[in-house]
Design a binder for this molecule. Structure first.
Ligand SMILES: NC(=O)c1ccc[n+]([C@@H]2O[C@H](COP(=O)([O-])OP(=O)(O)OC[C@H]3O[C@@H](n4cnc5c(N)ncnc54)[C@H](OP(=O)(O)O)[C@@H]3O)[C@@H](O)[C@H]2O)c1
Length: 512
């Protein structure tokens, strides 16, 4: 179904309503949308979790988190917003809970006058529970008869027929096999275009900026290929360690699952994919899937070991070594740093290495993409002062966070007598130039789901394509056996420098 231009009213059923994500992100984002009058009139939220609570108790609980996490809290405005919030206490893993859940959804649809002629109100399910509950909940939703869209023999008027969609939080599987299993479970109940695999990292700003930079300008595309590009690197660095999150989540995931598979490969796809024919979800997703299908997959754990480096931070003045953090099981061999080389075997990129690295307790907090261009084909300035002093060939640095912008590094003549060459950058800081404030990613993504716009959500083939690329780096083998220790505040283990230097490149270690 093509996206509608306005968000459509629905019952937003949040599984995991008493949890952290609902309190810190989802409900504050909805409150902010409501304040900007961006929510459709009839929209209401039905929070579901096992904790016993009345609607009013849920509203009070959310009041506190909205006042802590939303911009500009106002008590009267919250009171008006809170009328949209409702609660259903039930165990979503047990099929017995669903008949009364279905009746509650139906009565909310009737109360708020949003029921469609066929199929009750539109329903947007949101899975904000632990990932091991995704499959049982999806199966129960399917068995309960709550999903009617696409299941009827004859739809008389699609505009009058209710839709049901589902938003699935990350992590989307823990490896290729579990991601496939979850995709199959979702596919048994929902059409693929009703599944919204969320990636909050892939906020609208980032995706739109990258696409606009590449495809609304004509100067980049002719040089965006192996003829002009020497290599591409992406870094997502954090200065903090895992702290209290370790035991509960991070130690079971690690840097590859937490950052590379889920986020960085998506950014990489936007940088490397072919131009889509239109700015539309289906067109963009087709290009991303095509790109992933051209990725060279390490054929064995030995090959993965020569394409990747894993590390763990050691002890420093600000905290213990990763292995000594609370909740960490050192025998799991979880990495807090990963660097890998990725290549795409297609006409545009054959032979161009893409390096991806991410880590905790590194020297700076930043996310950036660096496109390193080749040396000019002739060296008429060989021997000129400046050229040999690390003055690199052209480089485009795309700053994704903390401040969005781009910087194009050029070589120029230093004014004055004699010939001396130095690097200088043309900088564009998006916020300084265009104004505006960063937008919390959840609000726009929720609105997109209500509009049926999947541009910023992941397709099942895209998720599986990403897992196929990283799976050899996760499998047991020599790479996991030799996890290096790196100093906190550094740029990771020396082995990561060797990995990139083998291709004649160096990491762009900016200070952030
Ligand atoms: N928190 C974040 O910032 C964040 C960021 C990105 C992604 N995520 C993802 O979002 C999901 C939720 O994370 P979270 O941090 O909010 O987890 P959480 O704080 O542990 O919340 C889990 C929720 O699930 C509910 N629940 C557990 N078993 C249930 C059952 N059988 N039936 C109904 N509800 C049940 C819990 O409530 P009861 O105990 O009352 O049932 C609670 O509301 C996870 O998949 C996580 O990976 C979270």
């Amino acid at each position: 179904m093509p996206p509608s231009t306005v968000p459509e009213p629905c019952v937003l059923v949040i599984f995991g309503a008493s949890g952290d994500l609902t309190a810190r992100k989802l409900v504050p984002a909805l409150y902010e949308l409501d304040q900007r009058r961006q929510l459709p009139d009839g929209l209401c939220v039905l929070g579901v979790s096992r904790t016993a609570m009345t609607d009013d108790a849920f509203r009070d609980r959310m009041r506190e988190s909205v006042s802590n996490h939303a911009h500009a809290f106002d008590a009267d405005r919250y009171a008006a917003f809170a009328r949209r919030l409702h609660y259903f206490a039930g165990d979503a893993v047990r099929p017995e809970a669903y008949p009364s859940l279905a009746r509650r959804i139906e009565s909310l649809g009737a109360e708020r006058r949003i029921a469609r002629a066929q199929g009750g109100p539109n329903v947007l399910f949101y899975l904000s529970v632990a990932p091991e509950l995704y499959e049982p909940i999806v199966a129960n939703v399917g068995a309960s008869g709550l999903v009617t869209e696409g299941k009827r023999w004859c739809v008389i008027d699609p505009a009058a027929t209710a839709w049901q969609r589902i938003v699935v939080e990350k992590p989307f599987g823990t490896d290729l096999a579990t991601a496939r299993s979850l995709n199959r479970a979702l596919g048994r109940v929902f059409e693929e275009d009703a599944v919204y695999r969320i990636d909050h990292y892939l906020g609208k700003e980032l995706v739109q900026n990258l696409l606009v930079m590449r495809f609304a300008n004509s100067i980049f595309e002719p040089i965006w290929n192996r003829d002009a590009v020497h290599s591409v690197q992406m870094t997502a660095a954090e200065t903090i360690g895992v702290g209290a999150r370790a035991g509960s989540f991070y130690d079971g995931a690690g840097a590859i699952r937490d950052m590379i598979q889920s986020h960085l490969l998506q950014v990489l796809a936007l940088v490397a994919m072919e131009p889509p024919p239109r700015y539309e979800a289906d067109a963009i997703v087709r290009e991303k899937i095509k790109l992933f299908s051209a990725a060279k997959i390490a054929a064995s754990p030995e090959e993965a070991a020569s394409w990747g480096v894993l590390g763990r931070y050691g002890a420093g003045p600000d905290g213990p070594a990763y292995a000594d953090e609370a909740g960490v099981d050192p025998s799991r061999r979880t990495e807090t740093f990963a660097a890998m080389r990725v290549e795409f075997d297609n006409w545009r990129w054959a032979g161009v290495p893409f390096f991806v690295r991410t880590g905790k307790r590194l020297a700076a907090k930043l996310t950036e993409v660096v496109v390193q261009f080749r040396e000019p084909p002739t060296a008429i300035f060989r021997g000129v002062r400046g050229l040999g002093d690390g003055c690199s060939p052209n480089r485009l640095v795309i700053n994704v966070a903390p401040r969005e912008g781009i910087s194009l590094e050029l070589r120029g003549k230093v004014p004055g007598a004699g010939l001396r060459i130095a690097s200088a950058a043309l900088d564009l800081d998006y916020v300084e130039r265009f104004g505006g404030e960063p937008i919390e990613a959840y609000g726009p993504l929720l609105l997109d789901a209500m509009r049926g716009d999947r541009t910023l959500f992941k397709h099942r083939d895209e998720v599986e394509g990403g897992w196929s690329i990283v799976q050899p780096f996760l499998d047991p083998g020599p790479l996991r056996e030799r996890i290096a220790t790196y100093a906190p505040g550094s740029w990771g283990p020396a082995e990561a420098d060797a990995l990139i230097e083998a291709s004649g490149c160096r990491w762009h270690n900016s200070s952030g």
